[in-house]
Design a protein. Structure first.
Length: 326
């Protein structure tokens, strides 16, 4: 079976940065403002854009292709994970312009949705399946959203535990390019919150959902929390994620949330952004692995209102396997 590799994650943030304390939502609610700007939560800056989401996507795509060393005309399929395309035929026009600008002359484009901020991780799993069975050699997964479309302009989202930013991210899923092997995908859907039962019942449901998600991931590809270097999640407030992830063995230093203060919650793009920054910052720290821990896996975790999706990666990259590559 072909090994699907996640290659060259890259991203583009909204061109403007602003302090979260300037948001009208936080100025109107001092309690939420205190919670989200506290050191434990860490929200400081959010990004916003005047550009349509496809402009952010195009920049991320070009960075991914350049880093992966794959010409645009070799890409077979583009999977767009977004809730921010315009309605009707305007979306077809914008996507066609994106493909043309990035030189994706042979690629077919399609969209995935309905899973909120978990959609991009589901798209990675779909892309990996197509590569594994030989249906495609190179698939681009492109995530991106702007709050004006995706959240109706709301910046305080996810029940008040995150502040939305505008951004796009991209990764190549390839049969041959150098990258991290994709080992497994799991997803979980639960009833939407607000159906009664109060905050305690909602917390119990969230904890249960994360337990089921990680049990499914381990069933698909057996591994233990000790083998995971880091979980790269949606950028929610740390106190919320630690409740859910510590319960399944992924709390403390395994929870990678260092970007929250700088970029806030970039919706479905967070895990790929966090992975891109982690790979860019990685330096050898001990024998056998880049970080010296002996751990062999990374987990990308996308979390929406009612949906979770996790992708398990081998943290040890495979080299280019193209014909003639050395």
């Amino acid at each position: 079976m072909i090994t699907a590799r996640l290659c060259a994650p890259a991203y583009e943030l909204g061109e403007y940065a602003a302090p979260v304390t300037e948001l009208p939502e936080l100025q109107a609610d001092p309690r939420i403002a205190a919670e989200l700007t506290a050191p434990k939560a860490g929200f400081a800056t959010y990004r916003w854009s005047d550009a349509p989401v496809v402009e952010l996507m195009a920049a991320a795509v070009q960075r991914t292709l350049g880093e992966a060393g794959i010409p645009g005309d070799e890409v077979d399929l583009v999977l767009l994970a977004t809730d921010s395309l315009p309605g009707g035929r305007a979306a077809h026009r914008d996507v066609a312009e994106l493909l043309a600008e990035a030189g994706l002359t042979r690629a077919t484009a399609g969209t995935l949705g309905l899973m909120d901020c978990a959609t991009a991780m589901a798209a990675l799993g779909t892309a990996a399946s197509l590569v594994r069975d030989g249906s495609a050699r190179h698939v681009l997964v492109v995530s991106g959203d702007v709050a004006d479309h995706a959240t109706g302009g709301e910046r305080v989202v996810a029940g008040g535990v995150a502040i939305a930013s505008d951004a796009a991210a991209c990764a190549l899923v390839s049969a041959t390019a150098a990258g991290l092997p994709i080992l497994g995908l799991a997803h979980h859907t639960s009833a939407a919150p607000g159906t009664g039962g109060g905050a305690r019942q909602e917390l119990t449901a969230k904890v249960t959902a994360h337990r089921e998600l990680f049990a499914r991931l381990a069933a698909h590809h057996p591994h233990r929390p000790e083998s995971v270097r880091a979980v790269l999640p949606s950028n929610f407030a740390r106190m919320a994620l630690e409740i859910y992830l510590s319960d399944v063995g992924y709390g403390g230093d395994k929870l990678a949330l260092g970007n929250v203060g700088r970029i806030a919650h970039c919706l479905g793009s967070d895990p790929l952004i966090n992975l891109a920054d982690r790979l860019a910052d990685a330096t050898p720290a001990g024998p056998g692995t880049k970080d010296g821990t002996g751990a062999e896996h990374l987990v990308l975790l996308g979390a929406g209102i009612s949906h979770l999706a996790a992708v398990l990666l081998d943290a040890r990259p495979l080299p280019d396997a193209s014909e003639g590559a050395f």
